[in-house]
Design a protein. Sequence first.
Length: 333
Amino acid sequence: RTDHKIKEKKIMLNFSVVGVGSFGVKRAKAIKECKNANLDSVCDKSPENANKAKSILNVDIKSFEEVLNDKNIHVICICTPNKFHLPLIKDALNAGKHVFCEKPLCRNFQEAQEIYNISKKSKTIFQMGSNHRYFESVMYAKKLLDEKEIGEVLSFSGRIGHNGERLKDTWFWNKDLSGGGTLLDNGCHLLELSRFFMGEFVSGGGNVSNSYWKNIDVEDTANGFFKTKDGKTASIFCSWRLLSGYFFFELNGTDGYINVDGRFDTHGGDKIFWYNKKKDKILSKDFSKIKPQSYKLEMEKLIETILNNKQPSPSAKDGLEVMRMIDFIYSAR
């Protein structure tokens, strides 16, 4: 008997990033770090953004029409202002491309419904961005939950924010471009994570305000509360004027709790604390010495999803449900 070695074929996915402001460049850099991925090109309506990205990334600049018509481009990564998500996603999926779109999915629930309907008919993969799933502390929290370390989860509460200065006079303040303020900017991270840990919410409410940045079209502060079909709850607070630090949430369970402290800007790193009532002691892990790589990990997961034809997560349906939660809050105003 003769053993034959079969050379494994290396599959390479070619990407184009559409919208190369600061976050688009971050996504592009992450693609260049991934196996089975090649950054083919960048695309931006701003020649200044496109040329700057070209010099940083050493790739070609293409028009969106060229990207759509290029059969060698497999994946389009959309990182534009929210207003343009729906038409870009629609054109990309109709062109037979796999699509990754930066959060939030779009500007409102109606647009999200249209994206969801388009994605259901598509034969390609659509995935929404949620890089906070790939923080070391968040991944470890998911591991603890899967191991039933705190029993059954009963509630989620979290806060997220920054000082808002970097968004001053940018498109984030323009409601036509953004669809909303802090809720659609940083708040949707917490909404997506609350669903990730707890499942579907059937009702909710909340309020929005302008507590610091006055006379702008969108809110700088918001909070929301939500309930599942079986009575479990979640609450979130988000702000463009939160000086205590970026990111914190607690999962309360029948047998303990988990605290994720991502206030790396004020508390020195990404950390997690948890308590199990049977062990009766507080345990912790400090991930501050680990280089943040959430964008790379998320892209690797996308590549794996495409190559193995798996169900994407977060999907268009997940994005739709996040927009429904945002609608709960806006409708309560």
